[in-house]
Design a protein around this ligand. Structure first.
Ligand SMILES: Nc1ncnc2c1ncn2[C@@H]1O[C@H](COP(=O)(O)OP(=O)(O)OP(=O)(O)O)[C@@H](O)[C@H]1O
Ligand SMILES: [Mg+2]
Length: 201
């Protein structure tokens, strides 16, 4: 049986004809974590968008195991500052569905992840009134509060201090142990070293 959750085969991508990715191949299974590293402009964010299905490859194919749920934390999140969201609302969005209202389990998950990311005391503050690292923790919480099988996180810890960074790394390791698939982009060699496999673009 094929245990891969997410695969890329011979993937190529261009922006307005300018090649960015060429013949990228990867496979990642459940309960594992993959890091993408590489210089600025090497195509990490582009590949994460392809893996998340936000963009379609020009060549090759991306395959996600049917029925899996995916949560994405993009690198560029400035659009959300246009909304007058509080931190609590920002995190709750991660549990929204069209089928029903947030229930007690959803609220418990929101409270737990806010505690873990040390943003509970900021619950009523507006996102745009936070420091860069506080804001990033709220967005990480929005991604991790989702009940997903695959977490695609673009430089989640780039703006974080050492303690917060370690907290996020512990959360990710727990998700992997629980069977999730995690793909991150990172510039931090120490962070990449925590991951079982790294792909350098
Ligand atoms: N929307 C876009 N339109 C045109 N070119 C783009 C666009 N987004 C990215 N690019 C180009 O594609 C290349 C890869 O960009 P990408 O954002 O994937 O790199 P990255 O590895 O994530 O870089 P960083 O480490 O700075 O986050 C770069 O040369 C960039 O200039
Ligand atoms: Mg990037």
């Amino acid at each position: 049986m094929n245990s891969d959750v997410l695969t890329a085969e011979h993937v190529g991508f261009r922006y307005a004809g300018v090649p960015v990715l060429h013949d990228v191949n990867l496979r990642v299974g459940s309960g594992s974590m993959l890091a993408l590293t590489g210089a600025n402009g090497s195509g990490k964010s582009t590949l994460l968008h392809l893996l998340a299905g936000v963009e379609q490859p020009a060549e090759g194919s991306i395959h996600r195991r049917p029925g899996t749920r995916l949560a994405l934390l993009p690198q560029r999140t400035s659009d959300i500052d246009a909304l007058p969201l509080t931190v609590a609302e920002c995190v709750q969005i991660g549990r929204f569905t069209l089928r029903r209202r947030l229930n007690r389990d959803d609220r418990a998950s929101v409270a737990t992840i806010m505690q873990r990311l040390d943003i509970a005391h900021l619950a009523r503050r507006r996102l745009r009134e936070l420091s860069g690292g506080q804001r990033q923790r709220a967005l990480i919480a929005q991604a991790l509060v989702q009940d997903a099988d695959i977490y695609v996180l673009d430089e989640p810890t780039a703006a974080l201090d050492a303690r917060s960074r370690q907290g996020v790394q512990e959360l990710l390791a727990e998700r992997v142990l629980a069977g999730a698939t995690v793909v991150i982009a990172s510039h931090d060699p120490a962070e990449a070293a925590l991951v079982e496999r790294t792909i350098r673009l």
